[in-house]
Design a protein around this ligand. Structure first.
Ligand code: NAD
Length: 298
């Protein structure tokens, strides 16, 4: 299948590479020349623009940072024409970015009016899952559109959930990431407490991993440097899932909670702590660096 892949960051690049390895013809595009060069080195074709990428595409996949990027790409900015005008009727658009459900719904409505199929399909599993092709997809859209997307999603992930109509994938994703933000702070707090008492962070992490405090951060994303060889913490909190992206997701969760009058006290506190962490200059670091705020200095 010919596929336009737009957004080749920490997640998009390995996802596009997996589709390429599966035999699909990818035309990839990112605003960053470095990001384009990285996938070109893996044998993918790089397009000169997003409009160029979608020429002849049977499916378009986007993996962009936030709502404004997705809206700007597909619908255009300040009344300027968006990419939907350049996508052929009948094409399937899969947006895997984590954005507001309302933005997915707005893009889907415009796509539908242009005869283009649209699903939101945000992911979980981190960069490790993107590289290994084991992501979890949370899909919002019709059964028919999900079935069209499934063969592509299966090349990038191992769990595909149908959350509901367009936007429902995003709602599931922000519930998950609100929990992830809370548990990363909790895990960081517990490890820091143990270390302040002289415990070895590796030993303590293993005890908690196999006890009732066990969770995903302890399994594969330990925030303490050196505990896990492949963790972002061990490589100086580079790569991975940025603090500012986590802050965005916690903000989306709070906006949603306000709209539906849900009580999410720990989600609100997690957002406040991630905002402070970002303001302290850690916005570009992996989100597990939040442990720094809980550690004794010097
Ligand atoms: P990233 O910042 O590494 O990559 C985003 C890429 O999009 C950048 O390379 C940027 O240049 C590009 N971009 C922005 N606007 C563009 C446009 N108009 N046209 C073309 N390219 C454009 O972000 P990421 O970590 O890959 O995350 C992408 C999305 O996936 C985010 O919504 C994030 O919340 C979500 N997510 C990330 C992770 C993770 O572990 N990193 C996990 C799950 C979900």
């Amino acid at each position: 299948m010919q596929i336009a892949f737009i957004g080749l960051g920490h997640m998009g690049a390995p996802m596009a590479i997996n589709l390429h390895k599966a035999g699909h013809a990818i035309k990839a595009f990112d605003l960053s020349a470095d990001a384009c060069a990285q996938v070109k080195a893996q044998g993918l074709q790089v397009a000169a623009s997003a409009q160029d990428a979608v020429q002849g595409a049977e499916a378009v996949i986007s993996m962009l940072p936030a709502s404004q990027h997705v809206e700007g790409l597909y619908l255009g900015k300040d009344g300027q024409g968006g990419l939907l005008q350049h996508i052929a009727k009948g094409t399937l658009v899969i947006d895997s970015s984590t954005i507001a459900a309302a933005t997915s719904q707005k893009a889907a409505k415009a796509a539908e009016a242009a005869g283009i199929a649209f699903i939101d399909a945000p992911v979980s599993g981190g960069t490790g899952g993107a590289i290994a092709g084991t992501l979890t997809f949370m899909v919002g859209g019709s059964d028919a559109n999900l079935e069209r997307a499934r063969p592509l999603l299966e090349k990038m992930g191992k769990n595909i959930f149908h959350a509901g109509a367009v936007g429902a994938g995003q709602t599931a994703k922000i519930c998950n990431n609100m929990l992830l933000g809370i548990l990363m702070i909790g895990t960081s707090e517990a490890i820091s407490l143990g270390v302040a008492n002289g415990l070895d962070p590796k030993v303590l992490s293993e005890i908690m991993r196999r006890s009732s405090g066990g969770n995903w951060a302890l399994e594969v994303y330990n925030p303490y440097p050196g505990v896990q060889e492949a963790s972002a913490a061990t490589r100086g909190y580079t790569g991975g899932f940025g603090t500012d992206l986590m802050l965005k997701d916690l903000g989306l969760a709070q906006e949603n909670a306000t709209a539906v009058k849900a009580s999410t006290p720990l989600g609100g506190l997690a957002r406040a702590l991630y905002a402070a962490h970002s303001l302290a200059g850690h916005g570009g670091e992996d989100f597990s660096s939040v442990i720094k705020m809980l550690q004794k200095k010097g």
